[in-house]
Design a protein around this ligand. Structure first.
Ligand code: NAP
Length: 295
């Protein structure tokens, strides 16, 4: 088995670094605040939000979650976002995705105040990311970048193949890793559902990132010996032996791919905890930025 890259350990390092910054803010009487809005009763979303809230509180941040019913109208949701934008206790505002089908994630995320946009989904912040002048970095792509750097696999000069081109993960990750400079400098190939012969591409990867949401999509024969594999996918699969009747798996055939790869992230315990740590980092950074006197 290749090296297992523990997201729990990396998240603990990042949180330890953040504690110093939270303490500095506390000395000035400032507590970073994160407001989360969740709509509907999707059990995975509820569980992600609980993890984010718990992690924020564990770091000493102010955190609150507004839960709205599935049948909330877009105007009602926008009114909630607008009041959180105006609330000085909250430096970060996050709308948990996915939203129920009648609500447009683009329109809703586009109304979060850019200064409080800790998920980096506002068009202004996406534009800054693309331009190479980011305000905050999107949490999951930033988590992938941090896992690579902190585990000793910097992407510079490597061929990174990303499977999945969503606005949340694959597309911003392709921008982050191909940006000029030591944090990027990778050559990136972005694959998606219309990519013919996916294995021919994944097999060329020095670093393979899979963010699709399909269990066992990537099998061992699709991975080059010695590649680094980052599995972003989170899928529930039935397992009558598990206490909840299901277990979480990624997008790769973990055991078999792990034998071919030099290193692999587990699911759970890989990208997920680091994503939460990056969200805390963005909340602290947004707070620091908002605490600065306007120039
Ligand atoms: P998404 O919006 O559904 O996007 C999935 C992407 O995969 C799309 O670009 C789609 O291509 C592509 N795809 C679908 N089937 C494919 C196939 N057979 N071959 C190649 N590409 C294929 O999903 P997402 O929001 O990016 O999330 C992806 C996974 O990551 C999910 O399991 C999600 O739960 C997980 N996730 C984890 C974290 C974390 O912190 N661990 C954070 C976010 C997401 P098209 O564009 O052509 O449709």
């Amino acid at each position: 088995m290749g090296r297992i890259l523990s997201g729990e350990e990396i998240a603990a390092q990042i949180k330890a670094e953040l504690r110093t910054r939270v303490a500095d803010l506390a000395r000035k009487g400032i507590v970073p605040g994160l407001a989360i809005v969740r709509v509907g009763e999707d059990p995975s979303s509820a569980s992600y939000v609980r993890q984010k809230e718990r992690a924020a509180q564990g770091l000493g941040l102010l955190s609150t979650t507004t839960v709205l019913p599935t049948r909330t109208s877009e105007d009602e949701l926008l009114a909630v976002v607008s009041s959180l934008n105006e609330d000085p206790r909250f430096h970060g505002v996050l709308v948990q995705l996915p939203l129920p089908p009648d609500l447009s994630p683009e329109r809703v995320c586009g109304t979060v105040a850019p200064a409080k946009d800790v998920d980096c989904l506002h068009p202004e912040n996406i534009g800054r990311l693309v331009r190479g002048d980011p305000y905050l970095l999107p949490c999951t792509p930033h988590a992938v970048q941090q896992i690579l750097h902190r585990s000793g696999y910097p992407p510079a000069g490597k061929h990174v193949v990303i499977v999945g081109r969503s606005a949340l993960v694959g597309r911003p990750l392709s921008i982050l890793l191909s940006q000029k400079g030591p944090a990027g400098d990778a050559t990136v190939t972005l694959c998606h559902s219309a990519t013919p012969d996916l294995g021919a591409f994944t097999h060329q990867a020095d670093i393979l990132v899979v963010a699709v949401g399909r269990p066992r999509l990537v099998t061992a024969d699709m991975v080059r010996a010695g590649a680094v594999v980052i599995d972003v996918g989170v899928n529930r699969v039935d397992d009558p032996t598990a206490p909840k009747g299901y277990r979480l798996v990624g997008d790769t055939e973990y055991e078999a791919v792990g034998k071919v790869a030099a290193a692999i992230t587990p699911v759970p315990g890989g990208v997920g905890p680091v994503t939460v740590a990056m969200l805390l980092g963005n909340t602290v950074a947004a707070c620091e930025a908002q605490a600065q006197p306007a120039r």
